[in-house]
Design a protein around this ligand. Structure first.
Ligand code: BES
Ligand code: MN
Ligand code: ZN
Length: 516
């Protein structure tokens, strides 16, 4: 989908539908007020009649037969005092989903008056939301039962700064396309999205966008000493692939951010096999890896001044005659030995070698993202991902960068108790630490492979995919953690578009408060 800017006056825009925002607890303003006046107050009437409650994403549709815009869709931004720029992604997403399903191809979206002075962020969110809103999960239906025809979204410039809006649209387009890429990789089932296919997809992204790529096959991974990664792969008929993508945005700097993503293309549990109920969801067990490949795509498009390497260890976790068995001992790249108590705790085994490899490549900061533990879903549900760190200052920077994106991360503690729980009687470590604090013992295990490098671990088991539709996003894969990874990269590059709940414009001026 294309997002463009227009400087046509709102009342003159020729389109299938004009989208205007309103707050549930105040009267119409800006473009909404102007258009409502033209239509004789029908929108204000509908709102006064309480046709809707006014929660974010709720809407009222009115027809404007003789106007160039044909229809007006008024969408709620919720309560005025609670407004945050990322709501505009949900606003735009709700618009394209509602209209696109009703065969409206062209949509013109207006921004609220709060966009003044925050054009980059607001245009970015609208573009991201529009692009991610049209994505449907019916990729593999011959005649899709949900079809979204919205192909052209125009952002109405009005009195806003056009250059800033254009920058925001470019960012939001790169991010929205990246999020949809991650979602497509994740939703594609494991018979199609094999480790080999995932590596091909990464190679395509790299070739088309000027990234370096290196894919280690089993023999090379073995020469690197990746015994932990390969122990997970050995039960599968599919060859493992260890994917490394590189972006050099600051050649003179020694700083290198490593983004590491779990790439289990299917998790049966291995010999410690999972129950059949909902096992099909385990095609999503490469969501962290998909997120890293997609983040590298957005980084390649937007070219921040920072060096970034994306690392995705990719394999299936299968039972079989060659599979790792409980009690087996394997050796990771850093020489640490691991007693495999439960072959279903495989994510940490592949990440162990990936974290070592990040350090070998000279990473000065590491973020990993993984659908790692069911315990995380018990702790936080589907409302938030968990974050665990060995460096509170780096975690604080990550959390501050992530917050305005709308993706949620909740920091959980590290205590030595969790490391103690991972000690084996026979090897250096074991791969499970019992039921208590399963997310944190898993993080403590990973920490053993990070060394001293500042590191944040993201457990996205509860947030990478959802069972429920929202007005702005189809159910299924959500694209978490792509938005937060891009925001972190921009923050580290000293080019935050949105920081700490405030917004930075291109001249570096920061408005510490939202204008309301
Ligand atoms: N991929 C799963 C974690 C998971 C569960 C993700 C549910 C999304 C939804 C992971 O590999 C796993 O099986 N973890 C085990 C670890 C246990 C054996 C220590 C778990 O959480 O049960
Ligand atoms: Mn598992
Ligand atoms: Zn898994």
């Amino acid at each position: 989908m294309q997002v463009r800017l227009t400087n046509d006056a709102p009342s003159h825009v020729r389109t299938g539908a004009l989208v205007v925002p309103f707050f549930s607890d105040s009267s119409l303003e800006g473009v909404a007020k102007e258009i409502d006046a033209k239509l004789g107050g029908v929108i204000a009437d509908a709102l006064a009649a309480k046709e809707i409650q006014g929660r974010l994403g709720e809407h009222v549709l009115v027809y404007a037969k003789d106007e160039p815009y044909r229809r007006v869709l008024a969408i709620s931004l919720g309560e005025r005092s609670r407004f945050e720029p990322y709501f505009l992604a949900r606003y735009a997403g709700s618009a394209v989903r509602y209209l696109g399903r009703r065969n409206v191809e062209q949509i013109a979206i207006s921004l609220p008056i709060q966009a003044q002075g925050q054009e980059v962020a607001c245009a970015s969110f609208v573009s991201e939301g529009a692009i991610t809103g049209v994505f449907e999960t019916t990729l593999y239906q011959e005649k899709p039962d949900r079809r979204n025809v919205a192909t052209e979204v125009t952002v109405i410039a009005g009195d806003l700064n056009e250059a800033e809006l254009e920058r925001g649209i470019a960012r939001g387009t790169a991010l929205g396309d990246a999020v949809n890429l991650a979602r497509r990789l994740a939703i594609t089932p494991s018979n199609l999205m094999t480790p080999t296919r995932l590596a091909e997809e990464a190679a395509k992204v790299a070739e088309q966008n000027g990234l370096e790529i290196d894919v280690l096959d089993e023999a090379r991974a073995s020469r690197e000493g990746m015994g932990s990664f390969l122990s997970v792969a050995q039960g599968s008929a599919q060859p493992p692939k260890f994917i490394v993508m590189r972006y050099t945005g600051d050649p003179s700097s020694k700083e290198l951010l490593a983004l590491v993503g779990k790439g289990i293309t299917f998790d049966t549990g291995g010999i410690s096999i999972k129950p059949a109920e909902r096992m099909e969801d385990m095609k999503y067990d490469m969501s962290g890896g998909a997120g890293v490949i997609a983040a590298m795509y957005a980084i390649a498009k937007l070219k921040p001044k920072l060096n970034v390497v994306g690392i995705v260890p990719a394999t299936e976790n299968m039972p079989g005659g060659k599979a790792t068995k409980p009690g087996d001992i394997v050796t990771a790249m850093n020489g640490k030995t691991i007693e495999v108590i439960n072959t279903d705790a495989e994510g940490r085994l592949i990440l162990a070698d990936a974290l070592c490899y990040a350090n070998k490549l000279g990473a000065t900061k590491i973020v990993d993202a993984a659908t790692l533990t069911g315990a995380c879903v018990i702790a936080l549900g589907h409302a938030s991902s968990a974050a665990v760190t060995n460096d509170d200052a780096f975690a604080a920077q990550f959390l501050a960068a992530a917050k305005p994106t709308g993706e949620r991360y909740w920091q959980m503690p590290y205590y030595e108790d969790y490391t103690s729980a991972m000690k084996s009687d026979i090897a250096d470590l074991k791969n499970t630490g019992g039921r208590p604090a399963g997310t944190l013992t898993a993080a403590a295990f990973l920490r053993e492979f990070v060394d001293k490098t500042p590191w944040v671990h993201l457990d996205i088991a509860g947030t990478a995919y959802l069972d429920t539709d929202s007005p702005w996003l189809a159910k299924g894969p959500t694209g978490t953690p792509v938005r937060a990874l891009l925001a972190l990269v921009e923050s580290l590059a000293g080019q935050p578009l949105i920081a700490d709940g405030s917004v930075v414009s291109s001249n570096g001026a920061r408005s510490s408060e939202l204008k309301v």
